[in-house]
Write a protein that binds this ligand. Structure first.
Ligand SMILES: *Cc1c(COP(=O)(O)O)cnc(C)c1O
Length: 362
């Protein structure tokens, strides 16, 4: 083929998702394997969401409400934010894509923490903009280091709070200092995919509290993690009306499906499911940490449903050995941590199986 391929596209490393269970079972001929690799909700989807979607199946011949009126109104009540400040996405990944498409010109710089969520780098490069990465400091986002990289060419900054893959948070005071020192021309995107899991909520700032029509601040949330709807693909952004208007120019008219809108709306009412999710997450973390302490294996504290473990061996090899025990974890080698793995909390029996397998391997 003789097509000319843009350099920015060639520079993208394709996203490697966590290994699906079905793939592992096919390749290794094992049954009853468990996946602790993609920070998914081990309880399954919110039952109220499932019920609402089942009842709506008969209307799938119709296009969705492209404006997402009902879900946006529900979110508006839930978050105490006007509907005009909310944009829905086919997962929060979709909002990241809309932001980079609508707001970046080729050659613009975007400051990113590293390691962090890989979609920022992919979307920035897709827009022919230039990622400027700032290493974490003690696994936390280095706000001062990021500030130091901001120049007249910087158009956007991504923060991930809590940060994936390290589980660390940005504290309120540090966030406020960062925002105060920032040029009003730089768009700040705060990705809060795991905000619901934070145990020290009062010390942590949500971008939503700082929503201001005059400040280019965008906060991202998702139904993929705490609400157990990763397969449904629905997330949202909270932003000034002006930025929402720009996103609505590039947004595909039916970017969120009718089932996704209906499921997400019902999930917001499913308080019991969210409560149960937080309970098993926090209990599971306590169990896993105690078990790792007993085994003398080092791990890092977290404010999310996942955390890093220092296996003191090649993480890719540990990943492979765990697969043979039917447990999927995530190697952090490609993230720059050659001896760390990341796992998320599973059901009690899954957590126990992980510990059992790790004990055998290490
Ligand atoms: C899982 C995750 C998301 C969620 O993406 P969706 O597209 O909403 O499923 C966003 N940001 C981070 C950091 C994540 O880990």
């Amino acid at each position: 083929m003789k097509i000319s391929i843009p350099e920015n596209i060639l520079s993208i490393k394709p996203y490697k998702p966590g290994k699906p269970l079905e793939e592992l079972e096919r390749e290794y001929g094992i049954a009853k394997s468990i996946k602790l690799a993609s920070n998914e909700n081990p309880l399954g989807p919110s039952p109220m969401a499932v019920k609402a979607m089942q009842e709506a199946l008969g209307k799938l011949n119709r296009y969705p409400d492209g404006s997402g009126f009902d879900l946006i109104r529900k979110l508006s009540q839930h978050l105490k934010v006007p509907p005009k400040n909310i944009v829905l996405g086919n997962g929060s990944d979709d909002i990241i894509g809309m932001l980079t498409l609508a707001l970046l010109r080729p050659g613009d710089e975007v400051v990113l923490p590293q390691p962090s969520f890989l979609m920022y780098d992919i979307m920035v490069r897709s827009a022919a903009a230039i990622p400027v990465t700032v290493p974490l400091s003690s696994l936390s986002i280095d706000l001062k280091g990021m500030q130091a990289e901001i120049t007249s060419r910087t158009r956007m900054v991504f923060l991930c709070n809590p940060n994936n893959p390290t589980g660390t948070v940005i504290f309120k005071k540090d966030f406020e200092n960062f925002m105060a020192g920032l040029s009003p021309e730089v768009v700040v995107v705060v990705d809060e995919a795991y905000f619901e899991f934070i145990r020290d909520q009062e010390k942590c700032a949500s971008g939503i509290e700082y929503l201001d029509e005059d400040k280019p601040l965008v906060t991202l949330r998702t139904f993929s993690k705490a609400y157990g709807l990763a397969g449904l693909r629905i997330g949202y952004g909270i932003m000034p009306e002006k930025i929402a208007g720009l996103l609505n120019r590039v947004r595909q008219p039916f970017n969120t499906s009718s089932l996704a809108q209906i499921g997400a709306k019902a999930a917001l009412d499913d308080k019991a499911f969210l409560k149960k999710t937080l309970e098993i997450t926090h209990k599971g973390l306590d169990y896993l940490h105690a078990a790792l302490d007993r085994l003398g294996i080092k791990y890092f504290p977290t404010q999310t449903n996942f955390f890093l473990i220092d296996v003191e061996k090649d993480a890719d090899e540990i990943f492979e050995s765990m697969l043979r025990h039917g447990v999927i974890v995530r190697s952090m080698k490609s993230y720059g941590y050659p001896q760390y793995i990341r796992i998320n909390v599973g059901l009690a029996e899954e957590n126990a199986r992980f510990i059992e397998a790790l004990e055998k391997i290490i």
